[in-house]
Write a protein that binds this ligand. Structure first.
Ligand SMILES: [Zn+2]
Length: 289
């Protein structure tokens, strides 16, 4: 086997996906049972290491972790009191990603969402890689695209997909926005301000993105998301694209969908733009993001 430093997150996930596609029929293929894969993967891939313990550990500020117990033996821990089974599954898959991609670099991985912002650069990259592995393993591109094929995207479809794959709606929406050829923007906001935003490749090329890192960005007035009276609109409403992006053509229209999650106190919004609608400020037309 190639040295593990060369194993990329998506390669590791795709290799496992091929094995699972063969081992399971369609009715039992999803959601992926991460703990049983975790304990089998060491011998399956003929690694020098294996995960021998997969256990819940409900500690404060702890989502999950991976720890070397002794040479060749590792333990995967996860917090089962996370808000949803989908979050628990994603955390387990994230730790499996650390095992397959990063275990030669460190003996311990402590993972919690709250700390991600404070990690140094290398640690941030490892966390992003473990997330990429988890997303690819739990929602393989072929089956994920097939589950959404043939219709214009909406939050109902993404919600149905999230149940099939056993992940949170946010994870399914992120998987879609990172793999679609459509122009679309995903925004997570609370109390009228954006927590983060992710744009599809095409939306980025058309200037449709929000820079939220380290900044306070308000949800624009007049948008569906800003309307406190409406908790949810899964299928979407059409409104002038200018409401979201001031430099849009006056005739351009965006389909805006939103879902307010009381449990979490945030609103997930999906903006579906026309593929040809560019929203660069006039002076930025020839510049990239
Ligand atoms: Zn991690």
């Amino acid at each position: 086997m190639a040295p593990l430093e060369q194993v990329t997150p998506s390669k590791a996930a795709i290799r496992l996906t091929h094995l699972l596609d063969v081992a399971f029929d369609e009715s039992s293929r999803f959601p992926v049972d991460v703990p049983s894969i975790a304990t089998a993967v060491g011998s399956q891939f003929k690694l020098d290491d294996e995960i021998t313990v997969v256990e819940a550990a409900n500690l404060e500020n702890f989502e999950g972790g991976l720890f070397r117990l002794e040479p060749g033996r590792w333990a995967m821990l996860y917090n089962e009191q996370l808000k949803s089974p989908g979050r628990v599954r994603f955390t387990q898959a994230h730790e499996l990603g650390h095992f397959l991609v990063h275990r030669l670099l460190q003996d311990e991985f402590h993972c919690s969402q709250a700390e991600v912002a404070g990690y140094e650069a290398q640690r941030k990259a490892m966390e992003a890689e473990a997330d990429e592995f988890a997303s690819t393993l739990l929602m393989p591109v072929k089956q994920f695209k097939a589950s959404l094929a043939g219709q214009a995207i909406d939050l109902d479809m993404l919600s149905t997909a999230s149940k099939k794959f056993g992940v949170s709606l946010t994870s399914a929406a992120l998987r879609w926005i990172r793999s679609t050829e459509d122009s679309a923007v995903l925004v997570l906001s609370s109390d009228g301000f954006m927590n983060w935003s992710v744009s599809s490749d095409r939306a980025l090329k058309n200037g449709a993105y929000f820079k939220t890192r380290g900044r306070v960005v308000a949800v624009p007035d007049g948008t569906l998301t800003a309307d406190q009276e409406k908790a949810s609109c899964r299928l979407g409403e059409r409104l002038p694209l200018k409401m979201w992006f001031e430099n849009a053509h006056p005739d351009a229209v965006v389909r805006e969908m939103k879902l307010h999650c009381d449990n979490y106190g945030y609103t997930l919004s999906l903006l579906h733009l026309g593929n040809g609608d560019k929203v660069w400020a006039p002076r930025d037309w020839n510049n990239g993001p």
